[in-house]
Ligand binder design. Structure first.
Ligand code: UDP
Ligand code: MG
Length: 145
């Protein structure tokens, strides 16, 4: 099923000049980029995005990290986009991620793991409109949603 998911190239990957390599990999994996922008999140914006994790022990550190520099936010589309992106990303901890996954190739540690991807249709339905209006997705594709 054709589906959209939300990806974020995280501050460590942007800072280390890995945006191009990650975008190339995503396109090679068959994702169409339906919308893209660079933003520098405030801590309050990062907290709102990661609200489901607010009770987790790593939350404060994650908020500091996610607001530490610009990120690249993407709406990606392909068949089975949500689960497929999670496979291409690899496990949360880059050291445990399968060979050749984006996190294994480009992540630094369990926090600085290069990329975010929506983990379910419910997450994608929250995360895509968090960053992009219907108009932004529509005009970047030239085709109706
Ligand atoms: N994270 C962390 N320490 C942990 C687990 C997660 O710093 O022990 C960070 C990491 O950046 C991760 C994000 O919190 O990507 C969200 O965690 P989640 O469990 O949702 O992992 P993901 O869905 O990104 O694989
Ligand atoms: Mg998650």
């Amino acid at each position: 099923m054709r589906q959209q998911t939300l990806a974020i190239i995280k501050p460590d990957a942007v800072q280390r000049g890995l945006v191009g390599a990650i975008l190339q990999r995503l396109e090679e994996e068959g994702f169409r980029i339906r919308a893209l922008k660079m933003v520098h999140l405030t801590k309050a914006q990062a907290e709102a995005f990661y609200i489901v994790h607010r009770e987790r022990p790593f939350y404060d550190s994650l908020m500091t990290y996610m607001s530490s520099g610009p990120v690249v936010v993407l709406v990606l589309e392909r068949d089975d986009a949500i689960d497929y992106l999670r496979q291409v990303m690899g496990a949360t901890d880059p050291a445990k991620a399968a060979p050749n996954t984006i996190r294994r190739l480009y992540g630094t540690n369990i926090e600085r793991n290069a990329i975010h991807g929506s983990d379910s249709p419910e997450s994608a339905a929250f995360e895509i409109p968090f960053f992009f209006s219907r108009w932004e997705i529509f005009q970047s594709s030239g085709a109706p949603l």
